[in-house]
Design a protein around this ligand. Structure first.
Ligand code: PEP
Length: 247
């Protein structure tokens, strides 16, 4: 089965009602490659605004979700609240949450388990720090994150993996096509060995880290790069060019 190219836009904690309406309008007016799955993740406060105004064919994701059905979890939103709002995706395990908010592999995995088992698909992020890369530990770090995921998750059909080297996020320092392809191939190999050939063949592995309309074409040609998770550039009109960059 061919893997459908996937481009996610992570707005992070950026935007206002006015600027987000502008982004939506830009996407609504653009011709987007119908062979690309597009999912945008505005801040929680603006999820419904985007859901209600974005054109058919573009999906909406939360940037986080909790691992309990409902209750006394101040500040969190639930999977059922997302579904009630017709939001069928969430990002989980973004390195900003892993590092700044100290989310452990276990917490990320349990949230991924809860979301996927209750009908919300997950853009699950992994990746190494600069020190880990320089120490030659990239593959073992990413494998460890995948191991933690595997220990809790059994349905991989609702998971898209985003490989996001931390040193490339928001730094303007994009991984080379070779660096990215090497890790993507290793992730696919891990899926084949540790999960199944089917999951390895079908799971989309996105690259994230300073993707722009200038580097997306070359990255998209790599055999194991099935799309992108885009931060800063998803707030700009050129996000359309990234979506349409797959030849
Ligand atoms: C991200 O936040 O997931 C990301 C990849 O950010 P940026 O594209 O800005 O590096």
């Amino acid at each position: 089965m061919a893997r459908k190219f996937f481009v996610g836009g992570n707005f992070k904690m950026n935007g206002t009602i006015a600027s987000i309406k502008e982004i939506v309008q830009n996407l609504n007016n653009a011709t987007l490659d119908p062979n690309v799955e597009v999912v945008i993740a505005p801040p929680a406060l603006y999820l419904l605004l985007v859901r209600d105004s974005i054109k058919n064919g573009v999906e909406v994701a939360a940037q986080n979700v909790w691992n309990k059905p409902n209750g006394a979890y101040t500040g969190e939103i639930s999977v059922s609240q997302l579904k009630d709002s017709n939001i069928n995706w969430t990002i989980l395990g973004h390195s900003e949450r892993r590092t700044i908010l100290a989310e452990s592999d276990e917490v990320v995995s349990s949230k991924t388990k809860f979301a996927t088992e209750n009908g919300v698909s997950v853009i699950w992020c992994c990746g190494e720090s600069l020190a880990e890369r320089e120490a030659g530990n990239t593959i073992s770090v990413v494998s460890g994150q995948l191991e933690a995921l595997k220990s809790q998750v059994s349905d991989w059909s609702r998971i898209v993996i985003a490989y996001e080297p931390i040193w490339a996020i928001g730094t303007g320092k994009v991984a080379t096509t070779e660096q990215a392809q090497e890790v993507h191939a290793a992730i696919r190999e891990w899926l084949k060995k540790e999960v199944s050939q089917k999951v390895a063949d079908e799971t989309r592995i996105l690259y994230g880290g300073s993707v722009t309309e200038k580097n997306s074409k070359d990255l998209s040609k790599q055999p194991d790069i099935d799309g992108f998770l885009v931060g800063g550039a998803s707030l700009k009109p050129a996000f359309v060019d990234i979506i349409n960059s797959k030849q």
